[in-house]
Design a protein around this ligand. Structure first.
Ligand SMILES: Nc1nc2c(ncn2[C@@H]2O[C@H](COP(=O)(O)OP(=O)(O)OP(=O)(O)O)[C@@H](O)[C@H]2O)c(=O)[nH]1
Length: 550
């Protein structure tokens, strides 16, 4: 006949140290071969006695094992195998039962002839269901291995997304990404604590599944980080200030609970899960409602949020219900980490989009803030910032950079003669001309009215050649605007960087060199003192430029 397992829950009120001889049967159930039998346990402080029989002989090879799974809060279990001495199993991690997550593997080395009975005594008052089965040991190992692989895949996926988010935080310095990275790290650790695999793989006792304290602490921390992230991600402070206040109250309440847990340790660890799960049960629907409301108010990423979180929230709700003993869904502990992976995938997508958008907006803002509107050249602030940054990094070494202050000569006269509109066009042409005369790597900025600055990484000799090239480039080629040939000449002040010099000091020296030659006339080049060991010099390049004014 089929090797079914029959279980009777015995009705005894007294505490007994050995199996009761005669006791009324409260419940009888028969398991299909190789399957688990669910035995609901009514609340009773005196513990439970179970009488087990098989319908066919279990061979003596010891391959068949009795498997017992139950809520983690079940106390010590005493197993009276058929034809063997009783065994006390204090924890699921003991001895040969290490294979099981949250359960006991009870070996039957002497076989089990039909009609002989085995007894189980379960202490504690759980009110939850037990699962019992006569299972083939090899099959059990395979199943457990598959479960362990799934758990480590989950862990790896969560950690990879967490690292990615951490990278986004390093690049963009927005706490949004950091809070999400930290949340994922907590969930990854929590999922490892839940399955007990890490405890086995790493032999870390604090990661054992019976370490309720570690599990609860990481679980709470994950919820806190998730709330902080949610408030930021859904822009609650801007869109829904009341919801934002609610979330921050929730965060502080959870921090308080966490502190109580860490201080109270074993004294609070029994009721702590109940508190947390009640809180979560209440919070889940509120959280979904807030997300939907934010979505209706136009929060940019509320859609992603809802798609990613709803399945996970539903699973977390089931989990909380399961742990409170309200519903019986033992599979939820395996499915929950998958929900977390799914959620992290959707959110990683949303956050990458968020980061890309942010980057684009920042770039646009920078471009408009750093550019001169008429010519499109960088403005004074931009070049000052750039030089200041270089100076801070120690880039402005001795004679490494040349600053050329390029002033358009007699620009007031061009305006007076041709009008401001033509003057504007000449100004734009002048910028294009300078850009064309210097190297692509050189930086050109419009400092103010008719004054441009060129920053070039080169030695003094090259800088002087460059200055001459710019002066000649203007003098020899007039601009053609509205059919008028307009010759513009430029004067240049040149300064070379000094080691440890501040950015403004360098710019000032170039400006002073320019002021020195402006008196001398047009198309002049002045080199700041100290640029070479000698004195400041002033030179005139060829004749005065053709003077349009005559
Ligand atoms: N059309 C136009 N003119 C400008 C602009 N910005 C400044 N200017 C004019 O440029 C002239 C600059 O004059 P100054 O700095 O006194 O010097 P300058 O006339 O070029 O004479 P020197 O530099 O001494 O040779 C002023 O007349 C300004 O009105 C602009 O954006 N467009």
């Amino acid at each position: 006949s089929a090797q079914a397992l029959e279980v009777e829950l015995l009705y005894t009120e007294q505490e007994l140290s050995s199996p009761p001889t005669v006791a009324p049967v409260q419940m009888r159930a028969v398991a299909e071969p190789g399957e688990y039998l669910k035995v609901p346990l009514p609340r009773r402080s005196s513990g439970y006695w179970l009488r087990l029989t098989t319908h066919a002989a279990v061979p003596r090879d010891g391959r068949q094992v009795l498997v017992l799974r139950g809520a983690q809060s079940l106390g010590p279990v005493v197993f009276h195998p058929p034809a063997s001495a009783p065994r006390v199993i204090a924890q699921g991690i003991d001895g040969p039962s290490t294979l099981l997550r949250r359960g006991w593997q009870l070996p039957l080395p002497n076989g089990w002839p039909p009609a002989t009975v085995a007894y189980l005594h379960v202490s504690g008052d759980t009110g939850q269901a037990l699962r019992l089965g006569l299972i083939d040991g090899d099959r059990l190992v395979l199943r457990e291995r598959a479960g362990a692989r799934l758990a480590s895949a989950t862990f790896t996926a969560l950690v990879l997304v967490a690292i990615f988010m951490f990278g986004l935080w390093i690049a963009l310095r927005d706490l949004l990404y950091l809070s999400y990275a930290a949340y994922l790290a907590c969930v990854a650790i929590y999922s490892m604590l839940l399955t007990g695999d890490a405890a086995e793989m790493l032999t870390l006792s604090w990661m054992a599944p019976d370490n309720l304290l570690a599990r609860m602490a990481f679980g709470t921390l994950a919820v806190i980080l998730q709330l902080i992230f949610t408030a930021r991600f859904l822009e609650l402070a801007r869109l829904m200030p009341r919801a934002a206040r609610l979330v921050s109250a929730m965060v502080w309440a959870l921090f308080g609970l966490l502190a109580v847990l860490l201080v109270g340790q074993d004294r609070v660890v029994r009721w702590y899960p109940v508190m947390i799960h009640m809180l979560l049960l209440g919070f889940m629907p509120i959280s979904v409602a807030v997300a939907i409301q934010a979505w209706r108010k136009g929060a940019s990423y509320a859609g992603h949020f809802i798609a990613g979180w709803t399945p996970l929230l539903a699973m977390a709700t089931l989990m909380a219900g399961h742990q409170l003993g309200l519903i019986d869904v033992p599979w939820i502990e395996r499915v929950l980490p998958l929900g977390a992976v799914l959620q992290s995938g959707v959110l990683a997508l949303a956050l990458s989009q968020h980061a890309a958008n942010r980057h684009r907006i920042a770039l646009l803002a920078r471009q408009s803030a750093e550019r001169d509107t008429l010519t499109g050249a960088l403005n004074r602030a931009a070049i000052e910032q750039m030089l200041a940054a270089w100076s801070q990094m120690g880039h402005l070494g001795a004679s490494r950079y040349a600053v050329l202050m390029v002033d358009l000569d007699d620009f007031a006269e061009i305006n007076a003669r041709h009008g401001y509109v033509v003057g504007d066009t000449v100004m734009q042409h002048a910028y294009t001309r300078i850009r064309g005369l210097v190297r692509p790597d050189d930086t050109v900025a419009r400092m103010e009215s008719d004054l441009f600055a060129v920053v070039s990484e080169c030695r003094l000799e090259d800088a002087e050649l460059l200055a001459h090239r710019v002066v000649d480039g203007f003098q020899q080629r007039p601009f053609n605007v509205d059919g008028h040939d307009i010759t513009v000449t430029v004067s240049i002040g040149l300064a070379m960087s000094r080691r440890g010099e501040e950015a403004d000091a360098l710019l000032r020296r170039a400006t002073e060199a320019l002021a020195g030659v402006r008196i001398a006339g047009h198309s002049s080049i002045g080199v700041a003192a100290d640029a070479r060991a000698g004195e400041g010099r002033r030179q005139r390049v060829g004749a005065t430029g053709r003077d349009e004014a005559g």
